[in-house]
Design a protein around this ligand. Sequence first.
Ligand SMILES: C[S@@+](CC[C@H](N)C(=O)[O-])C[C@H]1O[C@@H](n2cnc3c(N)ncnc32)[C@H](O)[C@@H]1O
Length: 472
Amino acid sequence: MRDRLEILRSLLTPDGSLWITIDDNEAHYLKVLCDEVFGRANFVANVIWQKKSSPSNDAKWISDNHDHILVYAKNKEFWRPTKLERTDEQNRIYRHSDEYDGVGEDGKIYGRGPWFPGDMTVKTISENALYEIITPSGRVVKPTDGRAWVYSKGKFDELLKDKRITFGKNKDNKPCIKRFLTEVENSKIVPKSVWLYEEVGENRNARQEVKKFNSINPFGTPKPERLLQRIIHLATQPGDIVLDSFAGSGTTGAVAHKMNRRWVMIELGEHCHTHIIPRLKKVIDGTDEGGISKAVNWQGGGGFRYYRLAPSLLERDKWGNWIINKSYNAAMLAEAVCKHEGFTYAPSETLYWQQGHSSERDFIYVTTQTLNREQLAALAEEVGDDRSLLVCCSAFKAQPDAFPNLTLKKIPNTVLHRCEWGRDDYSLQIANLPLAPVVEETAQAPRASSATKLKRAKEMSMPLFEQGDERE
Ligand SMILES: C[S@@+](CC[C@H](N)C(=O)[O-])C[C@H]1O[C@@H](n2cnc3c(N)ncnc32)[C@H](O)[C@@H]1O
């Protein structure tokens, strides 16, 4: 986990945060590891989520009803949670009116507190807060032993005059401050560190949600949408990017999407096809009416792109040197070279030398062959005057500047020898995916030529290839 945590930390924005749900077996080891990676100063909270409301009566020791949510900020000084909206439940404690105790006639609704049950005292003792108070019924009351009133005598008299103090219906209770609903109803709530299933759902609800798009395998430990809704609300704003690097059933992306956040999900297993893609398709076409859809009035919209990741082109050998990954074949190398040189890999079905492009008229050709002068001349003629081509080959037998429309580049032997050679197979279109609309180039903007691209790629990338003047 350490490597992963370090990468995740490096991906966070300065005001970003990481939220990890984890069970009781591993939570405490993970906490120590996270402390090391993030620094203890950036630990925000260990939220307890009630993942199961009913006890497991078959538990041998203690029924496991909660998970932990470890929360770390990239930098706690910058990070603040977005407070929660008040719920009707929270407003319900504001149920008294001034008529209730006959103090004041304006009918404003208030609650008692914040002290419970109406004991307006604190443990911190100051001498001017140990005075006696006479209730309207005539009873003398004092703070209980070891405590003092929360207000000085002067402040208390002021509040009493302002009708901010109640002594209950019988006017005989200990005093209590009134908090008016009109003062708090627009205020937001600081999140607590215990999240009950009534507020954010439990595993059981989540399984029902997952069954809507995969009835066969509702997943082992799915998270309810309301849980992710709370996390995403606390941690992000609309438009922010939410990453779930262990996507599972795809709840994070589904909820992020419905909350107008951008999202990235990564999944190693087949759940990508059995759960995540079907789920997100339903979210996008508006047919997912489960989870938080109704609460956020989700109507559908948006889209996503799906990529299958190739293994890394480069890996380190046992001496720590960069070498080509042994699992690469020629077609994969062609794709990797395109990426490396700043081209889009898109092998043409008709023209063998068009394996990728950087613009409408600038192409790339990757081959394991050695190209002689005649072959290059034929290629140059086919490319023509109004197109340009970057040729990456194992060797070439011509002056590198012999053909104005060709840029020649040699793939080093170290690369060649580590790949599976002897065939050029252009049919494996592993990246032939729909692309986002391309922004039109303006008439004034000069198109990048192969040479410009080459220079740019060389400046930006690792020295995978030598310059084109190294001939065999
Ligand atoms: C517990 S599930 C995640 C559940 C999901 N994040 C949620 O909160 O509902 C963990 C998932 O991580 C996936 N996984 C494990 N190792 C992975 C890796 N190295 N890269 C990507 N996914 C991985 C597993 O296949 C599994 O689906």
